[in-house]
Design a protein around this ligand. Structure first.
Ligand code: PLP
Length: 361
């Protein structure tokens, strides 16, 4: 497909400010956009980062037909920009699309759009410690129809955000999670395995409640309040005494985290110990209290590893994980993972995509 470029005037282009950027705050000069009309993807283009025009009746504004992805790029010592596991994001974008009846977008089109945008904006990748070029692809239905039905037309877009660490103060403050039996993020047969906007709108109330109780986020259980599911922006893990990472088994109410999948793949390569299984919350709490579970936390692209220091139960009881501090296994995994992302340690074949140089438009 022919890609069109409409660039910001050189004299008006902004550049990466010095220092550590806060997570998700900055934007680069351009974005990638492609439209879906009459059954086909059309007019892929790199254009200035600017407001979209939308009809007030657009489906996404009323019924939430929107999905998104999150990935990261890193500048390596060779000066080149590398994207981490983005093929996984392209595939998951289409998984999410299927769940809320948006059209699939060919992986090749996603890849070329992202690589062309990343090439153009390569100087925006921060090199400060724990920083990255955060990549946000998303898609939404934009047909102007009041009826509840899948949108005939939609937009796929990628924006970039040069970002520092997700948590200010970086990898230093273990989280407290509220184990919620009153809020649920997803049910079997629902949309939980898709990164669709509504899942996150639905999580805001529970997150606000958790915060009012002094917890930073919610650990969701299944709708029967029996099994551990995930954290709503991250998957969950715990670590056994022998150093094994245990992740709740994926099902259709858990978002299949690329970070979790990578951890499980590293285990099959013999680089760490990890497995997934169904975890009953009552066993989990008993093992925490007995000291059989020595560390816990969350996995996700934004923070990579987010150690948990304690759990707050609805009864008000607080259960500390180990000594409440960040454990050695969580720390070591974070280092192994970010070393691979940054090119300081070899990553498995195919995990990093070097951004090529395209001919100037
Ligand atoms: C994005 C997300 C995660 C983390 O997935 P990664 O691919 O590791 O970034 C976990 N849970 C939910 C609900 C998410 O939206």
């Amino acid at each position: 497909m022919q890609f069109r470029y409409q660039l910001v005037d050189k004299s008006r282009q902004k550049t990466l400010p010095p220092g550590v950027p806060s997570f998700g705050a900055l934007r680069t000069n351009h974005m990638f956009v492609v439209n879906y009309e009459k059954g086909a993807w059309d007019d892929p283009r790199i254009v200035p980062y600017e407001p979209f025009a939308s009809m007030p009746g657009a489906v996404c504004l009323h019924y939430g037909q929107t999905i998104f992805e999150g990935a990261k790029g890193f500048r390596h010592a060779d000066g080149e920009l590398y994207l981490f596991r983005v093929d996984k994001n392209f595939a998951r974008m289409n998984h999410s699309a299927n769940i809320i009846c948006l059209p699939e977008i060919p992986v090749e089109l996603q890849r070329e759009g992202l690589l062309r945008l990343a090439d153009l904006e390569r100087d925006w990748c921060p090199t400060e410690p724990e920083s990255s070029l955060y990549i946000r692809p998303f898609m939404f239905g934009c047909s102007d129809t009041i009826g509840v039905k899948p949108s005939d037309s939609c937009v796929f877009c990628i924006i970039l955000s040069p970002s520092g660490p997700y948590y200010r103060g970086g990898f230093s403050e273990p989280l407290r999670l509220l184990v919620s039996t009153q809020f649920h993020r997803a049910v079997s047969g629902g949309t939980g395995s898709s990164k669709c906007g509504g899942n996150y709108a639905a999580s805001l109330r529970a997150a606000a409640y958790a915060e009012s109780k002094g917890a930073s986020q919610v650990l969701y259980l299944d709708a029967g309040n029996r099994y551990i599911e995930e954290v709503g922006t991250m998957n969950h893990y715990h670590v056994l005494k022998d150093g094994t990472f245990v992740i709740p088994e994926f099902n259709d109410s858990i978002l299949r985290s690329i970070t979790s999948e990578s951890v499980l793949e590293l285990a099959t390569m013999g680089r760490i110990k990890a497995r997934s299984e169904r975890i009953e919350v009552k066993d989990f709490i008993a093992k925490l209290k007995a000291g059989e579970i020595i560390e816990a936390g969350g996995f996700g692209t934004a923070a990579v590893v987010s150690p948990v220091g304690s759990y707050l139960l609805e009864s008000g009881e607080v259960i500390t994980v180990g000594n409440g501090q960040i454990g050695e296994h969580s720390r070591a995994l974070y280092k192994m993972y970010t070393d691979m992302q940054n090119g300081w340690a070899p990553a498995p074949e195919g995990w990093l995509t070097k951004v090529p140089q395209y001919q100037p438009a």
